[in-house]
Design a binder for this molecule. Structure first.
Ligand SMILES: C[S@@+](CC[C@H](N)C(=O)[O-])C[C@H]1O[C@@H](n2cnc3c(N)ncnc32)[C@H](O)[C@@H]1O
Length: 319
């Protein structure tokens, strides 16, 4: 009864009605622009990597080093591996497969000799993480051809985040290749001159679970890391912030960040004052171990590293 009285009082207020009436009258039909006449932004108008990073800091506060690395490496228009092929003498750096074909050939022989202890090794699925220019795979296939593997005995599965690099690899490895639709687990497929099938994925999770040779050469060292320093208050995360002159600088977090809570696990060497931890690398290493454990195969990881004696290995290459 009380509520009823309240409603009557509300609707009998004289001022409400004119304002509702005015609002209804206030709407007017807006003519939308014809999409054909719209000028679409071109890639040249895309914001620079530095602008993207600064905008993120402005909006959300300091970035973790892992967030910073993720943007720098994988931003779809400006990311390091997204714009051009950087692995060559004319590019930024060179890797072992580019120096001598023997590198890939010896690795293929190692896989073959280990696999023959387990069985026929056919059909064989070869999975490469971060294949660069595709040179290592070219050398692998040369050896497998000599060892009498036929096109139906094997398939290649390349895990590559950059569509630019996928195209570089496809042009070097395939007689024909094409992009696949969004529903497919792989985003590109192709065939070598001899008819070996090749598939490209942006994530290891999408690669079929079969007996496989897994190779990751200079792949783990590009994955984002979190950086921590030991302070008098305990382990604190290094963050990337921006000063009043818009210059980026390192600062140390005042509080324990969620990554510090989650990732730092004792026991640690007593004299350690710096730590670099990559949850992405740990996740991929775990996936590889589970795949081999359940479905069989071999994993070869070749990369830069240390025995736990180094603190700071991160180099910033953006100016
Ligand atoms: C340092 S290059 C190594 C290339 C090659 N393995 C070699 O030895 O010449 C790293 C490669 O990993 C790719 N990459 C970087 N981050 C990746 C990610 N999160 N997932 C898959 N590929 C990635 C890059 O595009 C590039 O092809």
């Amino acid at each position: 009864m009380n509520n009823c009285r309240h409603l009557i009082r509300l609707y009998s207020r004289p001022l409400l009605l004119p304002s509702i009436w005015k609002r209804a009258k206030g709407y007017k039909v807006v003519k939308r622009p014809d999409p054909k006449t719209l000028k679409m932004p071109s890639l040249a108008d895309a914001p620079s990597l530095m602008d993207i990073i600064k905008e993120k800091i402005r909006l959300n506060g300091p970035l973790t080093v892992a967030e910073y690395m993720h943007i720098v490496i994988t931003n779809p228009t400006e990311g390091y591996y997204m714009k051009k092929d950087v692995i060559s003498e004319a590019g930024d750096f060179i890797t072992s497969p580019e120096i001598s074909q023997m590198f890939g050939e010896i690795l293929a022989l190692w896989f073959y000799s280990e696999t023959s202890k387990m069985g026929t090794g056919k059909p064989l699925q070869i999975v490469e993480l971060g294949p660069g220019n595709g040179t290592l795979m070219i050398d692998f296939l040369r050896v497998l051809n000599r060892l009498n593997y036929k096109p139906n005995d094997l398939s290649l599965h390349l895990v590559e985040i950059s569509s630019t690099m996928q195209l570089v690899q496809a042009n070097r490895l395939c007689a024909k290749h094409n992009e696949c639709d969004i529903e497919s687990p792989y985003n590109r497929e192709g065939q070598t001159v001899s008819g070996i099938k090749i598939y490209w994925y942006n994530d290891l999770k999408k690669v079929p679970l079969n007996f496989s040779w897994y190779i990751a050469h200079e792949f783990f060292d590009v994955l984002p890391i979190h950086k921590f320093e030991h302070t008098e208050n305990g382990w604190r995360e290094l963050l990337i912030d921006m000063d009043e002159n818009q210059k980026l600088y390192y600062r140390i977090s005042g509080e324990e960040t969620p990554s510090a809570k989650l990732l730092i696990r004792p026991p640690l060497q007593a004299d350690r004052t710096e730590l670099e931890i990559s949850p992405r690398a740990l996740g991929i290493a775990r996936q590889l171990a589970e795949r081999v454990d359940v479905h069989g195969g071999l994993v070869l990881i070749a990369d830069y590293g240390h025995e736990g004696e180094k603190g700071d290995t991160f180099r910033v290459g953006v100016s």
